[in-house]
Design a protein. Sequence first.
Length: 199
Amino acid sequence: MSNDIPGYNYGDREVARSPLSDEELEQLKSGAGFTEEDVHHLQMAGEVLRDQTEEIVRRWRSDIIAHIPHLAKHSRALDGGLLPDYLAKSNKRFEQWILDTCFRPYDRTWLDYQHEIGLRHTVARKNQVDRVSSTPEVPFRDVLSFIPVINETMKKYLAKKDHPAEDVEKMYRSWSKSTLLQMAIWTKAYESNESTKNV
Ligand code: HEM
């Protein structure tokens, strides 16, 4: 795990605390049907994805989001100008998120960091880590509607190391459960910013 990524501060004291309790985290896991088997398949996925994270994030952000104007604007200056440094630094944290999703235990520290990442998409913390002037918030509906892309594109990368199709399917399913679980956690970050609902 990397500590030399700018703005990546997993487990640090200044990370926000999720308003969800440990018990509520367990409830979310059980609601999503997230079990030890998923933990196992996510670790398997992590081994497969470990050396592909840069390519995956480039695909999501430079190949896909960059061509969808209402999404692309969130990584740009308010006048539409490019902010390459912002993109590059947040890309690194996005790459690390893939590894964290696969390898970190889903405990209190992980829950709090998911809340922190959620907040970094909202008016509470967006732009602050990289000290940029960009849109104040990525609307939650746009984050949520990107989940099928995050999941679907992953399938191809999970299949790249010649695992049997059924293992690829299991890794894909566990990955998909996890992304949805994380979105459920992020709802709390957006709830704490009710006043910006119309951004
Ligand atoms: C689908 C679910 C999504 C996931 C899992 C996700 C994940 C992440 C992660 C891990 C980071 C780095 C957070 C950090 O450590 O600072 C990040 C940052 C960012 N994401 Fe997302 N993202 C998602 C959707 C989107 C969408 C749809 C957009 C825009 C269209 C977007 C725009 C951004 C921006 C602008 C940042 C930098 C935030 C900042 O200013 O700190 N994300 N995202």
